[in-house]
Design a protein around this ligand. Structure first.
Ligand code: 26W
Length: 807
């Protein structure tokens, strides 16, 4: 420890001198933060070289995890923790005259993602590395990550997130490994010695420069890489030498490069066919495939065994162009036949689906692909033609099946069908979700190739989401389970259950939660000026704002509670704080209105004296990884209330559970597996099941419920008229009761309203019984081990990737 501390001090001082020309006395906080990052980066870079050399030497199969999003959050504490250097680093920073807490807190989140899908990729990188799987993550080095959210007059305002100002200290640019990506132009073919040569010309070039972020695993020397591609224009050496044509081309190349890696698309679960988004996807896909194939040839001298030594996991359909792009390289560049190339591709690519919402499924207009990617378009057409023949054969030319399963239809390219045709595996992210894929969304494809369709229930990095963020709980677990073994063996959490009747342990657990609540309250005061009632239940719903996640149902229940309190001002009531955090996609008007509604309701309730010490509502600004890290340990109730069948898995639900919060939820996504391990007695389930939703939806009439249920009617009337700030929510009311341009109450809030209120009531009743609550909380923590990402990655490795890993 002292050794490490002294070495770190020396290294940090040296960084400050070499990079900023200053001493530790002169250095700013920002310089100190960057120096610390660079010191850890050096350690990881060194180990990264070793890891890659070993992988090549032993000819190991590599995993390539491709995702348009990696929601990494902060890295300093995480890397120090994984490198077993957290305490020495803290001490070193302090001894150099800095407040370590303040330095760690300065680090911006690397917010290169929207929500669940992006955070999952980040958790999986940690696990793949810890399990010593040779793996690389690939994405885009967005200049601007997910927008920063400000609340102004109750409404969301988006601000740019220029994370690279400080965050780039983690990035190692590798200009010598630059790739060139081609857009537009024309394709010609020519016969050459009996070979069909494809000539692509007049294209626009964009350079892809890798910026690598090294990823340290826990308790291992193995290091993996997250490769982020930065777009640059190929700079003309001397503009004077160009004729007009080249001059214009250079301008075009510059313009294209300047926008491609500028910004992360902030839409979550909503597809928009923007040409810039397609450019991002192809830029990232082409650079990645070129880089992987180039390395493969360096090691093996051929691409013929590519699929034996590489597996490419694609995170939803966003990187689906890997399929035609790999085909292109195998055929045009390596000279393989279509059959050989198809064999390699369909044994190298695996696809994970993360959503069943129709509006999230990617369907690109054919002319966009045709214009932007002429050669790739030819290949997609040929894949589509052959696939169609296969489908027609299997289904005896049934035109309905042919249409449904087509890759190209009616001028659009359906990326999910492309992935099914070109992939070796298709998996959902929870048992229910995978069943819905098999029996509903992808039913016809599943009948053709049932072995292709798998399930891997999501998991979270329990080292970050428990050990690192909840030191009090971590300490208790170490004491009760015999040290830190649970960090690499999450199933050891089960042993906590032997203490379910131990009053002292239960009290300890309660105290830890209380301290975490007070910690969070201090943070909220500092950040937002709100004073949270830490004697109240912390009842939390944090996730992206989307109608299917039903934040509005939570609001309806709170309005009901508020009205009850007005009728019974003296009522004995378990004090309750409702916390919300959510970003709305900037173009999603309804979601933004719901944010405004939460703020109107908060304003009303927090100003009414009858609610004092009983009822409080707070909208937490700018929900992000770092805010989640502070909030999860302080949460007591986790709201997972999506319409059954709509949430593919959820991963927030697992983070809450691991930190001892109890779930109020529907049987949706991974809540199903949570219920399976917890039993009815340790979770508050309510509402329609997925099959009931499917049956009810066609003839559902929310107006009837509005007319016949007086309690619900009163709640909805209040919503309609609004609150003391005078803002009316007639629009949301209409949307729920009568529908406006869409089916009324599409997500069945009114159908589940009473069951939800009853579940909240059961929950509050149990909360009064401290012992029972603490026991339930303990069981939630104890049984959360299966939701560790290490388990999920083990399943990917066993059932899809077929790679060995550290057991
Ligand atoms: C093209 C626009 C777009 C952008 C993002 C469409 C779809 C997405 C993602 C697939 C949305 C997403 O993050 N899905 C979430 O993935 C998590 C990880 O598997 C699941 O836990 C969530 O249930 C799912 O909503």
């Amino acid at each position: 420890m002292t050794d490490h501390k002294e070495e770190l001090k020396k290294a940090i001082k040296q960084k400050l001198r070499l990079n900023y020309g200053c001493t530790e006395q002169q250095a700013s906080d920002a310089e100190m933060l960057k120096a610390c990052a660079m010191v850890l980066r050096d350690i990881m870079a060194e180990r990264g070289v070793q890891s890659r050399a070993q992988t090549a030497r032993e000819e190991k199969r590599k995993v390539h995890y491709m995702s348009l999003e990696f929601l990494m959050g902060r890295s300093l504490m995480k890397n120090a923790f994984n490198l077993n250097l957290l305490e020495p680093l803290r001490a070193a920073v302090e001894e150099l005259g800095f407040d370590a807490g303040r330095i760690f807190d300065m680090e911006p989140d690397a917010g290169l993602g929207n929500g669940g899908l992006g955070r999952l990729a980040a958790c999986y990188l940690d696990s793949m590395t810890t399990l010593e799987i040779p793996a690389t993550g690939y994405s885009i080095c967005y200049e601007l990550g997910i927008f920063k959210q400000k609340i102004v007059d109750g409404q969301q305002v988006e601000l740019p997130d220029d994370w690279k100002n400080l965050g780039d200290a983690w990035l190692l640019p590798k200009p010598q490994e630059t790739e060139e990506v081609h857009f537009g132009g024309k394709v010609r073919t020519r016969w050459d010695n009996g070979h069909l040569m494809v000539i692509h010309e007049d294209y626009t070039r964009v350079l892809a420069v890798p910026c690598d972020m090294e990823i340290a695993g826990y308790d291992t020397d193995h290091v993996n890489t997250l490769r982020l591609w930065d777009a640059k224009s190929p700079k003309p050496l001397d503009m004077k030498l160009f004729g007009q044509g080249q001059y214009l081309q250079a301008g075009e190349e510059q313009a294209m490069a300047n926008v491609i890696s500028k910004i992360l698309y902030p839409e979550d679960n909503h597809y928009e066919g923007k040409s810039l988004r397609l450019k991002q996807q192809y830029f990232f896909v082409s650079a990645t495939i070129q880089s992987i194939t180039r390395q493969h040839i360096q090691t093996y001298g051929t691409l013929k065994n590519f699929h034996e030594k590489n597996v490419i996991q694609i995170n939803d359909t966003h990187p689906a162009l890997v399929i035609p792009e790999l085909m292109r390289i195998l055929i045009d560049d390596a000279g393989l036949s279509w059959g050989e190339a198809w064999h390699i591709t369909t044994n190298a690519v695996a696809y994970t689906n993360h959503t069943v919402l129709a509006e999230a499924l990617e369907c690109w207009p054919q002319r966009l692909i045709e214009l932007l990617l002429p050669r790739v378009w030819q290949i997609i057409q040929e894949i589509a033609r052959r696939w169609q023949a296969q489908v027609a054969h299997f289904y005896h030319d049934d035109p309905e099946k042919v249409e449904k399963m087509a890759i190209i239809w009616d001028g659009t390219v359906r990326m999910a069908n492309l992935c099914i045709a070109g992939g070796m595996a298709v998996n959902g992210v929870s048992a229910l979700h995978s069943d819905i894929l098999r029996h509903d969304v992808f039913r016809d494809a599943c009948a053709m190739e049932p072995e292709k369709f798998k399930n891997v229930t999501n998991g979270i990095d329990h080292r970050r989401w428990l050990a690192q963020i909840n030191p009090g709980l971590d300490k208790l677990i170490r004491e009760l389970t015999g040290g830190d073994a649970y960090l690499t063996a999450p199933q050891k959490l089960r042993e906590l259950e032997t203490y379910a009747e131990d009053e002292a342990v239960l009290k300890r657990l309660e105290r830890i939660k209380q301290e975490n609540k007070e910690n969070f309250a201090r943070f909220a005061k500092r950040q937002q000026g709100v004073v949270l009632n830490t004697d109240a239940i912390f009842d939390v719903q944090v996730k992206r704002l989307h109608e299917y996640k039903r934040q509005l149902l939570n609001v309806l229940h709170i309005i009901g509670l508020y009205q009850y309190l007005q009728d019974h001002p003296q009522a004995e009531m378990v004090p309750h704080v409702f916390l919300f955090g959510a970003k709305a996609a900037p173009g999603y008007a309804v979601a933004k209105r719901i944010i405004q509604l939460i703020n109107s309701l908060a304003d009303e309730i927090n100003h009414n004296p009858i609610c004092k010490d009983k009822l409080q509502v707070v909208f937490l600004e700018n929900y992000r990884v770092t805010l989640a890290e502070m909030l999860m340990p302080a949460s007591e109730v986790s709201q997972q209330i999506s319409t059954a069948g709509k949430e593919a898995s959820g991963t927030g639900n697992m983070k809450f559970m691991m930190n001892g919060a109890l779930t109020v939820g529907t049987l949706d996504g991974a809540n199903v597996e949570m219920h399976e391990v917890l039993g009815d007695e340790n979770i508050f389930l309510f509402g329609l099941k997925a099959d009931e939703v499917a049956r009810l939806a066609p003839n559902y009439d929310p107006a009837l419920l509005y007319e016949r249920d007086p309690l619900l009617r009163r709640v909805l009337d209040q919503l309609r008229h609004g609150f003391r700030d005078g803002v009316s929510y007639e629009d949301l009311f209409q949307r729920l009761v009568y529908g406006s341009g869409c089916p009324a109450d599409q997500y069945l809030l009114l159908a589940d309203f009473n069951a939800y209120c009853a579940a909240e009531q059961r929950m509050a009743q149990v909360y009064r019984d401290r012992k029972q609550w603490n026991q339930m909380s303990l069981r939630n923590i104890a049984r959360s081990g299966i939701f560790a990402a290490d388990r999920a990655i083990g399943q990917y490795a066993d059932t899809i990737w077929h790679v060995p890993y550290k057991k």
